[in-house]
Design a protein around this ligand. Structure first.
Ligand code: HEC
Length: 178
């Protein structure tokens, strides 16, 4: 009987360890989905800054709904938006004067800063109605005029007035997410 329990424990432990190890990293399939849907790679700040618990939850969000793509996109988008908000708070606490972690491309940083304050909640990962900036960048090359036109003619967006310079910066940032 005791041998049985030991055997059971060993099997249970092996499963448990395997589960814990795989759950703390994103699988190749997870990364493939993140790359094609959001343009996110392993080195992207939103992934690099995840805590182990957040990584585990993101993996579940991606993996559990594989057979229900629309539900999976919504679930992952809202989870990414939630962790990005948390990451920005952690970043801002440790880097005085910065709102979120910087863009890897220095030239895109001013546009990212504008986006982080007024566009990111809807467009960094997208929502059920808003396309992600990655999707928009894949669609066409953006410039100040096209961004301005979109802002003026898309009723779902908050009315916002930006200078020509800010529009240029936003267009550069959106294009950088391709
Ligand atoms: C409250 C959510 C929200 C915010 C904030 C927001 N947008 Fe949007 N945006 C949307 C939605 C929803 C659409 C899609 C509308 C549609 O397809 O009819 C959209 C569409 C767009 C498009 C594409 C238009 C096209 O031609 O297809 C661009 C470009 C865009 N937004 C830029 C921005 C920028 C830049 C900001 C920040 C200054 C911003 N948005 C802020 C919700 C938002």
């Amino acid at each position: 009987m005791s041998a049985k329990i030991v055997a059971g424990c060993l099997v249970g432990l092996a499963l448990c360890v395997a589960h814990a190890a795989s759950a703390q990293t994103l699988t190749a399939a997870d990364l493939g989905y993140l790359q094609t849907t959001y343009g996110i790679t392993r080195g992207s700040a939103v992934i690099a800054e995840l805590t182990p618990n957040e990584t585990r939850a993101l993996h579940s969000a991606i993996d559990d709904l594989k057979t229900y793509p629309a539900g999976r996109d919504r679930e992952v988008q809202s989870y990414l938006a939630l962790v990005y908000g948390r990451e920005c708070k952690r970043w801002a606490r440790d880097h005085a004067g910065q709102q979120c972690s910087p863009s890897p491309l220095a030239a895109a940083e001013p546009g990212k800063a504008i986006s982080d304050s007024v566009c990111a909640e809807c467009h960094l990962f997208g929502t059920a109605t808003a396309p992600s900036f990655h999707q928009l960048a894949m669609r066409r090359d953006w410039n100040a005029h096209k961004v301005s036109h979109a802002l003026q003619h898309t009723p779902q967006m908050v009315p916002i007035t930006l200078t020509q310079h800010q529009l240029d910066e936003l267009a550069l940032y959106i294009n950088s997410l391709r």
